[in-house]
Design a protein around this ligand. Structure first.
Ligand SMILES: [Zn+2]
Ligand SMILES: [Zn+2]
Length: 176
């Protein structure tokens, strides 16, 4: 039985196979009905010129306001460098126990770190990031169980250390 509904809204250009495979993983992990959509936002409004980055808090607020509602969870996908005032950068962000999250592929590609691009690795990292942020919208906090997708990640290497799945305890909170 499908227990919830999730919208994945792209605000950047992503290959269809990229978003489709993320959606399939999300559907499986949350036992949810997942809709893939495209969203349009003038993200220049969220650009912080001195930092040359985009304001995560404001983008999250805007996705919540214009693309989200109480009936389901919504995650916006971006491909820009996001930050919040207390951190140098973020991979994504969510309202804990709320309805809305955002995630960015910007810092997840090998090319960003001077290495050869690896589509499968980028897809895997983005899938983990999307599942992680959506997990927060289900009220999950960071988890210390080895391999759990709810482990916190500061660097891409941290993302590579975890799986795309919830540990059994976290899973219980999202698929009840
Ligand atoms: Zn987190
Ligand atoms: Zn866990």
């Amino acid at each position: 039985m499908v227990s919830s509904s999730i919208d994945i809204v792209s605000f950047a250009y992503f290959d269809h196979s990229f978003t489709k495979r993320i959606a399939d993983s999300v559907a499986l992990e949350f036992n949810a009905d997942v809709q893939l959509k495209e969203g349009h936002l003038d993200i220049s409004d969220y650009y912080d010129a001195p930092r040359k980055q985009y304001k995560g808090n404001e983008l999250l607020k805007s996705v919540e306001k214009s693309f989200s509602d109480e009936t389901h969870k919504t995650i916006g996908l971006f491909n820009v460098d996001l930050f919040i005032p207390i951190l140098t950068y973020i991979f994504g962000q969510a309202y804990l126990g709320g309805n809305t999250a955002i995630a960015s592929a910007f810092r997840l590609s090998n090319a960003r770190y001077g290495m050869k691009e690896d589509f499968e690795l980028l897809l895997e990292r983005m899938t983990k990031e999307v599942i992680h942020e959506l997990g927060h919208t289900y009220g999950l906090i960071h988890c210390y169980t080895p391999g759990c997708v709810m482990a916190s990640s500061t660097y891409v290497e941290d993302i590579d250390q975890k799986s795309t799945s919830f540990c059994s305890k976290c899973r219980g909170s999202v698929t009840q």
